[in-house]
Ligand binder design. Structure first.
Ligand SMILES: [Mg+2]
Length: 163
């Protein structure tokens, strides 16, 4: 079983996503189409890691936009996202290949992280790389440079944002 741990903000939406009514939850149709194509190609299933998952309105929005997911990671207060993912994997030993798609790096360093820029969301190049990884053709992930991450982590601390 192949799993994509999916963050939504900065992956399926980006700074250019039109949002005239300023909805708190928004999905970019073209990014979603790219993601759905990736799922078709790889046969992977989706587990939501996004903060959307613990707001009923967020879950409603994800379903409304037809973001396909089979489960959500547990909410472990005060724990980084990586712990929530590892906990989900612990109780699902049937998973043989997985990736983490997240524009931020919440202690995800030891996991196969594919990290889009929130300026663009999921690109074609990254979708292809995720497919190759899930198909076992490569063990190479794609993440930001260390410097970008240092800046992100400082920002996260200053804003208390967990991603
Ligand atoms: Mg995000």
């Amino acid at each position: 079983m192949k799993i994509i741990f999916l963050d939504i903000d900065g992956v399926l939406n980006c700074r250019k996503t039109p949002n005239p009514r300023r909805f708190p939850y928004i999905v970019d149709k073209s990014l979603l189409a790219r993601f759905q194509e990736l799922l078709r190609k790889t046969g992977a299933s989706v587990v939501l890691t996004s903060t959307w998952r613990y707001d009923p309105v967020g879950i409603f929005a994800a379903k409304y936009y037809e973001v396909p997911f089979i489960d959500i990671t547990p909410d472990l207060p005060e724990q980084p996202r990586s712990k929530e993912i590892l906990e989900w994997l612990r109780v699902h030993p049937e998973v043989d290949r997985y990736v983490v798609l997240d524009d931020e790096d919440d202690q995800l360093d030891d996991l196969p992280l594919f990290q889009p820029s929130p300026r663009t969301g999921l690109t074609d190049e990254m979708a292809s790389a995720v497919a190759e990884y899930l198909e076992g053709k490569t063990d190479k992930d794609m993440r930001c440079t260390r410097l970008v991450r240092v800046v992100q982590n400082i920002y996260a601390v200053l804003t208390g944002h967990r991603g």
